[in-house]
Design a protein around this ligand. Structure first.
Ligand SMILES: NC(=O)c1ccc[n+]([C@@H]2O[C@H](COP(=O)([O-])OP(=O)(O)OC[C@H]3O[C@@H](n4cnc5c(N)ncnc54)[C@H](O)[C@@H]3O)[C@@H](O)[C@H]2O)c1
Length: 257
């Protein structure tokens, strides 16, 4: 499990909901939060993967539940959030992590066609809206309530449909920071650069990895732990005066004003 011994128990009694929690960042977020004492709720369109990830956390001594759910399905997301709140008393942290991001979503829009572009925006953008609105009533007024959205370094370049969907996620982060502040909910985002998750390792062509690394200031690939650390900070009381921000974790890619 991730998370240092020094911080074990820091989140005891809290409830963290993570979309796309079956693998990649989402799974690592769940493990790190559970290691700090949170109950991790992993939602994934791949139900068996979500359940397997939750079982892994329980085997390691943590608390976790897996749910099958598509973030673009408004009724399903509302039902899951209500069930989680009824079982555990509320929701303290929501991580809008589920996202479509394979190479096919970075092709020219004319090649992708409207149905694929629509699905991309439905998951990455509308899915973020749906999960946020579904969780909000159960987060309002909780001590240290916060939302962490997962944008992308591609957002700051704007050259692809995928990047444009993630630019909308950065925009939503500001919009929801304003709208949810009266409920005491902070809303921030992380823009990861190229991070070697299992999916990236197996699906992204080697030449693309080398090309992206050449765009960074730092001559290294990012790891899941780098994104986990950023999430742990933004969702902790140490970030109590930070809302509406997007933190770039890219090794210096897409640096600029
Ligand atoms: N890995 C990177 O380098 C990188 C860089 C920048 C941004 N991101 C973003 O980080 C997030 C997670 O990336 P990852 O690399 O861990 O991805 P991943 O593909 O390894 O895992 C994503 C998970 O989300 C689930 N998912 C996909 N669509 C869903 C939906 N509609 N409803 C519910 N679950 C759904 C998948 O089943 C999968 O388990 C994504 O939003 C991605 O765009 C990743």
């Amino acid at each position: 499990m991730n998370g240092s011994a020094a911080s074990a128990g820091e989140r005891a009694g809290s409830v963290a909901v993570i979309t796309g929690g079956g693998r990649g960042f989402g799974k690592s977020f769940g493990e790190a939060l559970a290691a700090q004492g949170a109950h991790a709720v992993l939602i994934d369109r791949d139900g068996p993967e979500a359940e397997a990830a939750a079982a892994g956390i329980r085997d390691a001594g943590g608390a976790a539940t897996g749910y099958a759910g598509d973030v673009a399905d408004e009724a399903r997301m509302a039902a899951i959030m209500a069930e989680v709140a009824a079982a555990h008393g509320g929701i303290d942290l929501l991580i809008n992590n589920a996202g479509l991001h394979s190479d096919e979503y970075s092709q020219p829009i004319a090649t992708m066609g409207v149905p694929k572009v629509r699905r991309l925006f439905e998951v990455n953008v509308i899915g973020t809206v749906i999960a946020t609105l579904a969780a909000r009533p159960f987060m309002a007024g909780r001590r240290n309530a916060s939302i962490v959205n997962i944008s992308s370094s591609a957002a700051h370049m704007g050259g692809t449909a995928y990047g444009t969907s993630k630019l909308a996620v950065a925009g939503l982060t500001i919009t929801f920071a304003r709208e949810l502040a009266p409920d005491g909910i902070r809303v921030n985002a992380i823009s990861p650069g190229l991070i070697l998750t299992d999916t990236i390792r197996s699906e992204l062509p080697e030449a693309t990895k080398v090309r992206v690394k050449a765009m960074q200031y730092m001559d290294a690939f990012g790891e899941e732990a780098d994104i986990v650390e950023a999430m742990l900070f933004l969702s902790s009381p140490r970030a109590r005066f930070i809302t509406g921000e997007t933190l770039r974790v890219t090794g210096g890619m897409a640096a600029g004003i």
